[in-house]
Every structure is written in structure tokens, then in C-alpha cells.
Design a protein around this ligand. Structure first.
Ligand SMILES: [Fe+2]
Ligand SMILES: [Fe+2]
Length: 231
């Protein structure tokens, strides 16, 4: 049970990241005027949707074994893509970034994704059915990385490999920042939940003491009701 509990956040976060990538790629597909590029983005989006599907399945499998209280914390809702920082509330990357930065972002993130899957692969075991699925996902990520790299070097050949390394460091820092932000949200949630419960209890106690008969309007002439009435 302990193993399941520690695995839940890993699959939860990974599913978010994959679904966010799919949406980013779909936005890029919609935004380009080149049919060749649109096809590339579309196929990339399709891969990412499939990856998200695999991780949601792995998450749900663990959620069914875990306690209801624990599983509830890992229920997916689409807005959490934004609140957790996987999609910016300022818009999709293709719209908010320079094109060069966008390609460099894909280039570095695909490589980072592949290395984070290596850790998950160790967790589930490479000989298991899940392990084989994750190995397939890693192959896809390397292919995406290769495509972005090819595109990048073809269009921005003046850029040096060290500049791409800087992009990678920047993304690693951003990813860490996202985790810290998420941890802060959880702390806030823990602090505020007792306050919400107390407020709900007070509201319930007050409403119980109210005489609601005054609010019954059946059979009454509404014109006779005081203009100060709240109903
Ligand atoms: Fe992916
Ligand atoms: Fe990818």
C-alpha cells in the first residue's frame, strides 16, 4: 500500500504533463500555415494524447487499490492543468513564445521527459507490461526530440550546442519551480481546510437558528411585504 501511495503523485503529475504537451502541440498545429508542419505537430499531439492515456490508466489502476481518501487527492480535473502550471493562464506556448524559443523548448523538454521516464521505468520494472508501455513512450520522446533538434539546427544553424544546454538548464529550473509551487498549494490547502470547515459549521449553526417561517410567501399578498424584505 505504501508503494501505491508513493506512486500516485508520480503518475498523476506525468499524466498532466503529457496531456499538457498534447494540447500545446495541437495549438501549434492550429497556428501554423505550413501543411507539413501541421502534420508533424498533429502526429506529435497524437503521441502525447496516447501517452497521457497510458498514464491515466496506470493512475486509475493504483487509485482503485488505494484508500478512497487518498485516491480523492489524485482525481483529475482539467482546470488543474492550469492551476498546477502545466499550461500557462497567459496562453499556449506557440502564442506566447518566440518561434525559436518554442522549438528549443520542445527540443529540451522531450529529452527531460525521456530521463524522467527512466525513473518511472525502474519503479514499475522493465519486464512488466507497464514497463513495456513506458519503454515505447520513451522511444516516442526520443523521436520527438530528434525531430525538434533537426528542425532547430536546420533553421537556426548559427546557434551553438552550448546555447541549447542553457535552454535545458532553464527548463530544468522551471520544472523544479513548478514542483515547489505545487507543494506550496498543498500546504495552503492543509492550512485553509480547517478554516473552511469552521466557517461551514458556523453557517450551518446560524441557519438552524433562523426562523424560516417568516420567509413563507404562500397565500400572502406580495405587495404587503416590507420593501426591506430580503425575499
Ligand atoms: Fe509524451
Ligand atoms: Fe513528446
Amino acid at each position: 500500500m505504501k508503494k501505491i501511495q508513493s506512486e500516485l503523485p508520480i503518475f498523476y503529475e506525468t499524466a498532466h504533463a503529457e496531456l499538457a504537451s498534447a494540447l500545446e502541440m495541437l495549438a501549434a498545429c492550429k497556428g501554423t500555415n505550413s501543411s507539413k508542419q501541421a502534420f508533424g505537430y498533429f502526429m506529435h499531439a497524437k503521441d502525447e494524447y496516447n501517452h497521457a492515456g497510458y498514464f491515466f490508466k496506470m493512475l486509475s489502476k493504483r487509485g482503485k487499490i488505494a484508500s478512497v481518501e487518498k485516491a480523492r487527492d489524485f482525481r483529475f480535473t482539467p482546470p488543474s492543468l492550469i492551476t498546477k502550471g502545466y499550461i500557462s493562464n497567459k496562453g499556449f506556448l506557440i502564442d506566447t513564445m518566440k518561434f525559436k524559443d518554442f522549438i528549443a523548448f520542445v527540443y529540451t523538454n522531450e529529452l527531460l521527459a525521456k530521463s524522467s521516464f527512466e525513473k518511472i521505468l525502474t519503479l514499475v520494472g522493465s519486464n512488466t507490461q507497464e514497463g513495456r508501455i513506458i519503454s515505447g513512450v520513451m522511444k516516442d520522446e526520443l523521436r520527438h526530440h530528434g525531430m525538434a533538434k533537426k528542425h532547430f539546427l536546420k533553421n537556426y544553424s548559427a546557434l551553438q550546442p552550448w546555447q541549447l544546454i542553457i535552454y535545458r538548464i532553464r527548463e530544468t529550473v522551471n520544472n523544479k519551480g513548478r514542483k515547489i509551487y505545487d507543494a506550496n498549494l498543498k500546504v495552503l490547502d492543509r492550512l485553509l481546510t480547517p478554516l473552511y470547515i469552521v466557517m461551514a459549521y458556523l453557517a450551518g449553526t446560524i441557519s438552524k437558528k433562523l426562523n424560516l417561517n417568516e420567509f413563507k410567501r404562500k397565500g400572502k399578498n406580495l405587495m404587503d411585504i416590507s420593501t426591506n424584505s430580503i425575499l
